[in-house]
Design a protein around this ligand. Structure first.
Ligand SMILES: *[C@@H]1O[C@H](CO)[C@@H](O)[C@H](O)[C@H]1NC(C)=O
Length: 520
């Protein structure tokens, strides 16, 4: 009896020390995959008993206890409409265009999106009236919202939705070495040859300059036109823009060495890829279940993600793809938005529960755009891939898949069906791809803590330790000059010059003495 009471008391104190936190999370990006990431972070925190306010473009239809979806769709979708005038984000218009992430438009879009969200009256009201224990921001190429945790004097946690890359890592550590750490929008992956290293160095230096002299002033200006008024109302002192931007306590990284590279991370960053994947896949819709169950030669699943639609192909591309896929004995499930005539082995679906399709034992191959979520889900179920990277991090993702031997990358082109056929046949017939995908899947699953659990663990840890200052990288306390040892090199150069001068002087005086005696 006494024992029971002590255990009960112990449990109570444990519960009390793990109080429910009020957490603000922000995943405002207009593409569905970022919405999925945000909802899954909210879910993992709700499961741990916390209260969540979620800044999102995709509010849930049904109310969820302890969750407030704070929709910014009226801001973000309007901006998308304004900026996507010429349908630049369609497959046919992307051919030969390089990576959209590298265009001038992209960082400007990211800045404008955050600026418009911040300046929206509803957001201002939220910041003015609410108080949170911790703020989680998806890093989407803007530091503007870091003023929110700074105003509230609470820890900031970053969320990096891709492979860890220098633009994100620079906020909590130094810029990683571009000799082996590629830019997130590169169109190739490591290991790098000489010209690729030249390209990486060039990209890093020019982007760094553009960020510091182009974006940062705009962000600084917006920061100082919005936050000081709120700070005055609240009666708090506002940290400067850069103090707020570089004050992140922690960073979640939506990756894992089984997927990308083994990129060195500071102590306050943690890989949580897979936290959005359901423990048990949802049952398939009846028609899909029947199709997959009855596919005696296996199934190929073809989906280019939620943002990019197969409809964006030219008519010739569509026809050549259908013709090419109809030659396979496998059943094809193709995520396609419009109605089309289909050969017997091809099934067009407008939507499919991707995780459940990937989990089906008859699935043989996934044709993907190489989006991070698709790769994670494929890795979760050990499915080999053929990938057509279209934009953003999809190129480096597919480069990693190819390097690891779990799939083949095919370049986007009008006549790409020919290369696709070769790649698909190779992955289907050469067993090594399937075996490698299974091996990587085992590596992916073998972790001391499930990624979903790690999210609530680290959030609670950061709050408990008041921002986990002991985990911060010392790299943040030195400036770029010091980090690159430019001052030290200058000193060495000076010493060498002085020594040389001295040696010269001594030699001159030694050799000139006898000369003098000769002339005498
Ligand atoms: C930086 O973060 C810590 C931990 O959350 C917080 O206590 C501190 O006030 C923040 N400093 C600035 C300048 O925002």
């Amino acid at each position: 009896m006494a024992n029971k009471i002590t255990t009960g008391l112990l449990l109570l104190t444990l519960l009390a020390s793990n109080e429910a936190l009020k957490i603000l999370i922000s995943f405002p990006m207009i593409t569905k995959s970022h919405g999925i990431l945000g909802h899954a972070v909210a879910d993992r925190l709700l499961e741990a008993g916390h209260q969540v306010t979620h800044i999102t473009t995709f509010p849930r239809e049904k109310p969820t206890p302890n969750l407030t979806d704070f929709s910014v769709a009226h801001v973000t979708l309007k901006l998308l409409e304004e900026m996507n005038q010429d349908d630049i984000m369609t497959m046919k218009n992307m051919i030969g265009q390089g990576n959209f992430g590298d265009s001038f438009m992209f960082p400007f879009f990211a800045f404008l999106m955050h600026k418009k969200i911040l300046e929206d009256p509803a957001t201002l009201k939220l910041i003015n009236e609410e108080k949170f224990d911790v703020v989680i921001l998806e890093y989407f190429f803007s530091e503007l919202l870091t003023g929110i945790p700074a105003l509230m004097g609470v820890p900031l946690i970053w969320f990096c939705s891709t492979e860890p890359h220098w633009q994100a890592l620079r906020l909590i550590d130094s810029i990683p070495n571009p000799a082996y750490n590629v830019d997130v929008f590169a169109t190739y992956g490591a290991p790098l040859d000489f010209w690729q290293r030249v390209d990486q160095m060039w990209r890093t230096v020019t982007k760094f300059t553009k960020i510091n002299f182009g974006l940062v002033p705009m962000e600084w200006w917006t920061y100082n036109s919005v936050y000081p008024e709120i700070a005055a109302k609240k009666g708090v002192t506002l940290p400067s823009y850069s103090e707020a931007a570089y004050n992140g306590s922690f960073m979640f990284i939506n990756s894992h060495p089984s997927l990308g590279g083994a990129i060195p991370l500071p102590q306050n960053a943690f890989n949580i890829a897979g936290y959005h994947v359901a423990d048990k896949p949802k049952p398939l819709p009846k028609d899909l279940q029947t199709i997959m169950d009855e596919a005696k030669d296996g199934v190929i699943y073809f989906s280019l993600g939620s943002f990019m639609s197969s409809d964006g192909m030219t008519d010739e591309m569509k026809a050549s793809f259908i013709n090419m896929l109809s030659k396979f004995k496998e059943t094809i499930i193709w995520k396609f938005d419009s109605e089309m005539e289909a050969p017997a082995n091809i099934h067009f679906v407008k939507w499919a529960p991707q995780q459940s399709v990937l989990a089906h034992p008859n699935l043989k191959l996934f044709i993907t755009h190489g989006g991070q979520l698709s790769l994670i889900e494929a890795m979760h179920y050990g499915v080999p891939l053929v990938g057509i990277p279209l934009f953003a991090d999809q190129y480096i993702n597919m480069a990693a898949v190819e390097r690891k031997g779990a799939g083949i990358k095919v370049s986007l082109a009008e006549d790409m069906a020919i290369d696709m056929e070769v790649a698909i046949r190779k992955v289907l017939t050469d067993d090594s791809y399937r075996i490698r995908a299974k091996e990587l899947s085992e590596i992916y699953h073998d972790r001391p803590m499930k990624p979903g659990k790690a999210i609530s663990h680290w959030v609670e840890y950061v709050v408990k330790t008041r921002g986990a200052p002991h985990l911060r990288s010392p790299a943040l306390s030195v400036n770029t000059f010091q980090r690159l040892h430019l001052d030290v090199l200058a000193l060495f150069a000076l010493v060498i010059v002085v020594v040389c001068k001295f040696v010269k002087f001594v030699r001159k005086s030694l050799t000139s003495t006898p000369k003098k005696s000769k002339t005498q």
